[in-house]
Design a protein around this ligand. Structure first.
Ligand code: TYD
Ligand code: MG
Length: 460
């Protein structure tokens, strides 16, 4: 369906994502910039178009005027808690009227489950609607019943045409609407297949416009594929107010929801859930769930006190260093950035003289958590060294700290809070940047402050 047959009086055109040139017909190679496969279908913004392309909230063009910042009324935005506190945490307190929230994640990770739970819980208080393009009303109802959710006041709609959805809800807009998933929707204005970038973008744009005009809170579900080849939710991130992503290992019960973008709150906040046979359950005190419990001391394992979002989490980092049969040894990371590991190994070689050019190095963060902060640097190196030397580190040791290219250990934010959390969970020793050493002693915790990476080598 690439060709623009029967295009209604030139409403659609094809735009090159590389150079922005526009063409009436699809071609494989852009005649202007010579790039291949960059043309995608789009709506033209000619004067005939009564439905301008929309990527943000522009207001009503006819009644628009310039306002003074301090005069703009802000009262209209009220925030409704969802009743699921881990979800409220990632949303920045609750659901804001007229906001659009994108929930992304791998297929089968729990997006529909979380949303049907949220919707059913809230439907008692506010009018709610679940629009599904993936499951039939019977399937949704079956799942809701199995989860023991109240369904008396929750609207259901199985529909994939965005114009028809909006026509149905326009007369009596719900306060909360879930669209599952955005990839199954299509707009009649474009001829390309549902799931293509143009369709996803245009369908979402119409929903965003509706949300802003009517004050409906809209959840959009988006699948991310591993390859990212499919028109994923990434193209929508700039249009919506909040972007949440599901993380977690398929083998584990834990599901993490991370805030990637939030116009109403902090980003990088983490909500923790566990998938059970009764749906997703909140884990409201998750600080120690990412520790794998060994009975004995093992080499290559160190506990990091990370601070993802606004609370500390204890996470175990494991490393395995092994003789490599390859001329180009492996550097594999799970839950951490791979380039960062290569950089840390270079620092270790340059400033401590420990070479790993003939070793494969694997680093894994237990529990499927993804660590984005640099506080993990010191822990990664401790774990790598412990495995390399095959020397165990004490089980009651925690660490954190950033490692600089000059071999220095840099302080990180909220050191005190992290140390207190570690002490609370029974850890007795900590290796931290010197500047993070607490002024007052923390009860039961022996803290070693280090300034240079070479200081750490002597600790075990
Ligand atoms: P789902 O929410 O349908 O995933 P998504 O919408 O992100 O594609 O979740 C489906 C998975 O969750 C499926 O593998 C089964 C599991 N699951 C449970 O373990 N317990 C439950 O109560 C439910 C509803 C699902
Ligand atoms: Mg689903």
């Amino acid at each position: 369906m690439r060709k623009n047959e029967n295009s209604r009086s030139g409403k659609t055109l094809f735009v090159c994502s590389g150079c922005g040139s526009q063409f009436p017909k699809w071609v494989g190679q852009c005649p202007d910039c010579q790039a291949w496969n960059t043309l995608s279908e789009s709506l033209s913004v000619g004067k005939a178009s009564r439905n301008p392309r929309f990527d943000g909230y522009a207001g009503d063009a006819n009644q628009n005027r310039i306002q003074v910042l301090s005069d703009v009324s802000t009262e209209v935005r009220s925030s409704t808690p969802t009743g699921i506190s881990e979800l409220d945490r990632v949303l920045g307190g609750g659901l804001v009227t007229g906001s659009v929230i994108l929930i992304g994640g791998d297929p089968g990770i729990g997006k529909s489950t979380l949303l049907i739970q949220t919707l059913a819980t809230l439907s008692g208080a506010i009018p709610a609607l679940y629009v599904s393009g993936e499951e039939s009303p019977e399937q949704i109802s079956l799942r809701a019943r199995r989860l023991g959710l109240p369904g008396e006041r929750l609207g259901l709609l199985a529909e994939t045409c965005v114009e028809r959805i909006l026509a149905l809800v326009r007369t009596d807009p719900p306060a909360l609407m879930v669209v599952d998933s955005i990839q199954t929707l299509y707009t009649e204005q474009l001829q390309s297949a549902p799931g293509s970038v143009a369709q996803v973008r245009e369908a979402a744009a119409q929903l965003v416009r509706f949300a802003k005009q009517r004050g409906t809170i809209v959840f959009l579900v988006g699948h991310v594929t591993k390859e990212g080849a499919l028109a994923g939710p990434r193209v929508l991130e700039h249009m919506v107010d909040t972007v949440l992503y599901f993380e977690g290992e398929s083998g584990s019960q834990l599901r993490l929801v991370r805030t990637i973008k939030n116009r109403f709150g902090a980003v990088n906040e983490l909500g923790v859930f566990a998938m059970t046979d009764k749906g997703l359950r909140e884990v409201s005190n998750p600080s120690a769930i990412f520790l794998s419990r060994h009975d004995q001391e093992v080499s290559g394992s160190v506990v990091l006190v990370t601070r993802e979002g606004s609370r500390p989490l204890l996470v175990e980092v494991q490393a395995l260093v092994d003789d490599s049969p390859l001329s180009n040894p492996r550097r594999i990371t799970l839950g951490l950035e791979q380039n960062r590991l290569s950089m840390l190994l270079a620092v270790l070689h340059r400033h401590c003289g420990i070479a790993m050019y003939d070793q494969d190095v694997y680093v894994n963060v237990v529990g499927g958590v993804r660590i984005t902060e640099t506080a993990a640097d010191l822990v990664v190196l401790l774990a790598v060294l412990s495995s390399f030397r095959d020397r165990n580190l004490p089980r009651d040791l925690v660490a954190f700290g950033e490692v600089g290219l000059a071999g220095e250990i840099r302080p990180i934010p909220n050191g005190q809070e992290r140390l207190r959390e570690a002490a609370k969970h029974g850890f007795r020793r900590a290796i931290v940047p010197k500047a993070n050493q607490p002024k007052q002693k923390i009860k039961g915790l022996e803290v070693t402050g280090v300034e240079r990476l070479s200081d750490v080598l002597d600790t075990f």
